[in-house]
Design a protein around this ligand. Structure first.
Ligand code: F3S
Length: 405
């Protein structure tokens, strides 16, 4: 790799130990992936997880005098006080790791957004911007929908990028790697945001490889929520950091351009049969539920409004958790949506992830309902069995205490 004089100084410790350590990691990654140089970033997002490895790494950086050059937004942690008050006392070990994580990211200079959809608010890159983003729904959204450029960073490599202000130039940062190689003919009718959850989960089951897919046959632009769902599932069921939708996403005006004038390496078809296969495989049958959980990724204000519209004047039969960003929660308060959900017995909680081990303990071993395959998948290790339904059906199920269909 060819480094500038300043980058060599950074690597050799002239700018401090944390910068040198970050550079060693990033230059090492760059060499593995054949990067020729380091390039500056304008934004970063760190998928903090409030788990052992995460807090170990950020505290190590702090111990070496680390400070972010580019202030990154960060993923959700836990709203400890809300959960202590409304669900159960968080065990001591959980309290310790969450407060250490939050404190460390504050000291290192992160924007404490605690939200996993930074690409919709607070940290929205423009077309062509080079950024260092981690988080499974964020990387495909940023690359595919906004046309900015990031590799699928880990939370650690994204933090290194925030500290150095640089990333190694390889993979999805380069034009030649952004072209599609797999043509996905979508024959199924994709009519709502939930269909994007299923389509996103389905594609890696039909073709699982590192190539960039281009989806053909989707005529209408997805809502931001549809794209958010799509990327979250593509990058959880598989490892898709960039996709194109021909005629809709910015780097895919037509089939010829998106494939760079070359024929696709492989063509696959996703029809109703494939989506039904996914439905049967992951969604679960009817039956009683113990609780409902929404917001993986964090819900938008439109989704919170949909929930309030459905539950207004009714009572939930089970606990309902609506996870969102602090900004959206504030909006929900102002708009009276939170009050409606609270009156029905539901909770609107900010800053919190469905995947932070100590906090959802009362539901371990139970049955939940959600609209998110990612939420269901991440909680399998806690023996939580989720039924997956469209958001509206899932809310009705929480009112009934059971999934009827
Ligand atoms: Fe967000 Fe946590 Fe799900 S970061 S996407 S709520 S696993």
């Amino acid at each position: 790799m060819k480094l500038t004089q300043e980058q060599n100084d950074m690597l050799n410790g002239v700018h401090g130990e944390a910068v040198a350590y970050s550079m060693r990691i990033q230059v090492g990654m760059g060499r593995i992936f054949g990067a020729k140089r380091m390039v500056p970033i304008t934004r970063a997002h760190v998928a903090l997880s409030a788990q052992d490895a995460d807090v170990w790494f950020v505290e190590k950086m702090l111990g070496m005098g680390g400070k972010c050059k580019i202030a990154p937004t960060v993923n959700p942690s836990i709203d400890l006080s809300y959960l202590n008050q409304h669900l159960a006392q968080i065990p001591e070990a959980g309290l310790d790791i969450v407060s250490r994580t939050n404190e460390a990211y504050k000291k290192i200079g992160a924007v404490l957004s605690f939200n996993c959809t930074p690409y919709l608010q607070q940290n929205v890159p423009a077309f062509g911007e080079v950024v260092g983003f981690s988080e499974s729904s964020a990387t495909p959204y940023v690359n595919s929908v906004l046309g900015a450029r990031t590799n699928r960073e880990s939370s650690q490599s994204a933090l290194c990028a925030a500290i150095t202000g640089l990333v190694p130039e390889y993979g999805l940062l380069l034009d030649e790697n952004r072209r599609a190689e797999i043509l996905v003919e979508v024959k199924a009718k994709i009519k709502d945001d939930f269909d994007y959850q299923l389509l996103g989960w389905c594609y890696p089951l039909v073709h699982n490889g590192p190539e960039v897919p281009a989806f053909l046959g989707i005529d209408e632009r997805a809502t931001p929520e549809g794209f958010m769902n799509f990327g979250a599932q593509l990058n959880t069921s598989g490892a898709v950091g960039l996709y194109h939708v021909v005629g809709i996403t910015p780097e895919a005006p037509d089939e010829r351009i998106v494939f760079g004038g070359k024929p696709p390496k492989r063509k696959v078809t996703i029809g109703d049969e494939e989506l039904d296969m996914v439905r049967r495989k992951i969604c679960g049958g009817p039956g009683k539920v113990d609780f409902a959980m929404f917001g993986c990724p964090h819900l938008t204000i439109r989704q919170v409004a949909d929930i309030a519209r459905i539950c207004e004047g009714k009572k939930f039969a089970v606990d309902v958790w609506v996870l969102t960003s602090s900004l959206t929660k504030e909006l929900a308060q102002r708009m009276g949506l939170q009050e409606i959900i609270n009156r029905s017995g539901g909770h609107v909680i900010a800053d919190t992830c469905i995947d932070v081990p100590p906090c959802w303990r009362p539901y371990y071993g139970g049955v939940g309902v959600t609209d998110s395959p990612k939420c269901a998948y991440y909680n399998e290790i806690r023996k939580i069995d989720f039924k997956i339904r469209p958001l509206g059906v899932a809310i009705e199920s929480a009112i009934a205490g059971e999934v009827r269909l």
